[in-house]
Design a protein around this ligand. Sequence first.
Ligand SMILES: NC(=O)c1ccc[n+]([C@@H]2O[C@H](COP(=O)([O-])OP(=O)(O)OC[C@H]3O[C@@H](n4cnc5c(N)ncnc54)[C@H](O)[C@@H]3O)[C@@H](O)[C@H]2O)c1
Length: 317
Amino acid sequence: MVEKIAIIGSGVMGSGLAQAFAVGGYSVSLNDVSEQSLRKAKKMILDNLALHVEQEDISEKQKQHALASITYIANLETAVCDADFIVEAIPEVIELKWALFQQLNGLIKPEAIVASNTSTFPISRLIEKAPFAERMIIAHFFNPAHLVPLVEIVRHQQTKDEVVQKTLELLYHIGKEPIVLKKDVTGFIANRLQTALMREAFHLLNEGVASAEDIDKAITAGPGFRWAFSGPLEIADFGGLDTWQRVFDNVAPELAESKEAPVIIRERVKQNKLGTKSGEGIFSYEEATVIRKLRERDRQFIQLWKVKRENKSRKRS
Ligand SMILES: NC(=O)c1ccc[n+]([C@@H]2O[C@H](COP(=O)([O-])OP(=O)(O)OC[C@H]3O[C@@H](n4cnc5c(N)ncnc54)[C@H](O)[C@@H]3O)[C@@H](O)[C@H]2O)c1
C-alpha cells in the first residue's frame, strides 16, 4: 500500500505535486538540491492552499493538515528511504535524470515505485540507465500540477503490471484523471495535440489573419470552452463525421506544415523576448500583472475543477 510519497525536484512541477499528494492525504517528502528552491516551494504551496480555502475548495483544517504533511528535505537519502512512491521532477536533462536513478539505487525500498514526470523522454530512454526498470513508469503531470486532472502514464514492457495498477489507484485517489498510453511515443498525447494547435495559432498570427488577442479568444471562447468536457473525437461524432470529412478536405490543405518551431517564436527567442519570464513575448507583462494573472487563472481552474468533480460524483451516484 502506498503511504509515503517522495518528490524529487521542488520547482514548478515538484511543488504542485507535493501539494496534490498532501491534499490527497499522503505524507510527502519534498527534496531539492537547492535550499532556495525548497523555500520558494514552501511559500508557493502556502499561497496556493490559501487560494483553495478562499475558493471554498478545502477547509482551513484541510489546509493545515496538508501543510503539516509536507516535509522539506535537502538530503536525498532521508527524503526517499521510506517512500513507497517516488516522483522525479528534476530538469529535463537526460544525464541528470540518469545520475539521479543511479543515486536512488540502494537508497530506496526494494518495492518502491519510481515515476518520472518527464515531458519528452520515452521510457525506453529513461530506463537505459535506471537500475530498477521493472519499477519505473512515466507519470506526466501538467502545470499547475495540483489543479490539472490529466496524468499521462507510459510503461515499458519491463514495468510490472502491479506498478501500473498501483500508480493508477494512487492517482485516482488524489482526484486525477490518468490515461495509459499503448505506445511509447514522443510528446505523449496531450503535448502532440497542443503542439499541432500551437503551430496553426502562430501561423495565423504570422499571416496577419487576426490579432494575437483574437486568436487566443478564438480558443478560450470557442473550442476551449467545450474541450474541458468533450474531447475532439466525440466532438467529431456530435458534429457528424460527414461534416468533418468536408471540413478536413477543405481546410487541411491550407494548414501550416512546418517541422520546426514557428518563425515568430524563433525571432522572439533571439531577442530574449521569452514571455512572462522576461516581461515580453507575444504580449508585454509587468511583474505584478503576471502574479495577478496567475492567481486569477488558478481561481478559475479551481472553479472548473469543482464543476468536474461534482459531475464525476453525480455520474457515480
Ligand atoms: N514546467 C512544466 O510545465 C512541466 C510540465 C510537465 C512536465 N514537466 C517536466 O517536469 C520536470 C521538472 O520541470 P520543472 O518545470 O518543475 O523544472 P524546474 O526547473 O522548475 O524545477 C526543477 C528543480 O529540480 C531541482 N534539481 C535539479 N537537479 C536535482 C537533483 N539531482 N536532485 C534534486 N533536485 C534537483 C532544481 O534545483 C529545481 O528546483 C521536467 O522533466 C519537465 O520536463 C514540466
